[in-house]
Design a protein around this ligand. Sequence first.
Ligand SMILES: Nc1ncnc2c1ncn2[C@@H]1O[C@H](COP(=O)(O)OP(=O)(O)OP(=O)(O)O)[C@@H](O)[C@H]1O
Length: 246
Amino acid sequence: MLALEIKDLSVRFGEFWALEGVSLAVPEGAFVAIVGPNGAGKSTLLKAILGLVPFRGEVRVYGLPLRQVDPMWFGYVPQIKTFDRSFPALALELVLTGLRRSWPFRVSPKEREEALRALARVGAEGLAERPLGRLSGGQLQRVYLARALIRKPRILLLDEPATGVDRVGEVDLYRYLEDYQKASGATVFMITHDWEAAHHATHVLVMNRKVVGFGPPEKALTEACLRQAFGHVGHAHGLFVEGSRG
Ligand SMILES: Nc1ncnc2c1ncn2[C@@H]1O[C@H](COP(=O)(O)OP(=O)(O)OP(=O)(O)O)[C@@H](O)[C@H]1O
């Protein structure tokens, strides 16, 4: 079954087309790494899938048009670079906003337990009572991931989840994601600037406003595709999948 089917998707901001004619068919259970240069429309694509930006074209999730899709099917970890650290809240409360539409001013014992379980899943149970303003970038990423996972999403959308996470934390993060994916059968979309991490995905989407390449890493992470998307491939030569140059 297809988890996501996108047909001829375009997004315009004023006179500028951030996405043009994107079509994709993603099978259930895929782990899709999305790569492309800054401004390629990667975040915009996730937002279109979530229905957060107006678009032209068609998006179907498990066969349903977007307007019929239960928002709880989606777990989303946005880019946290712009997060306001003075916001007075605890990590546990942020996690619970994954389940509730309003801020959880009162937390029931059952909710608390659920939030602690979600935090434990990403190795962050010790952060539950910590004010958000006192979390490091990597810790905050984990809390956001717990917030996405608490819904048990069928589709997990991650916008550069490893930003601010140290190398060890990054390996942990990919392991948590893989474990969740395997245990739940969810479909995962992860924007990343780490081509090495993209090699571990089942599918890679190389994009620059349009789809440049989509398929298993050895088909999509070719020098030709990356050159087309990025204009150059810099020092990345060691990363090409064996035999995929050209
Ligand atoms: N709300 C908006 N209004 C106007 N322009 C926007 C808006 N959101 C994004 N854009 C523009 O659309 C383009 C794509 O942005 P987007 O954030 O999707 O790129 P990206 O591939 O995620 O980039 P990065 O790797 O830098 O995060 C950029 O040129 C950006 O300036």
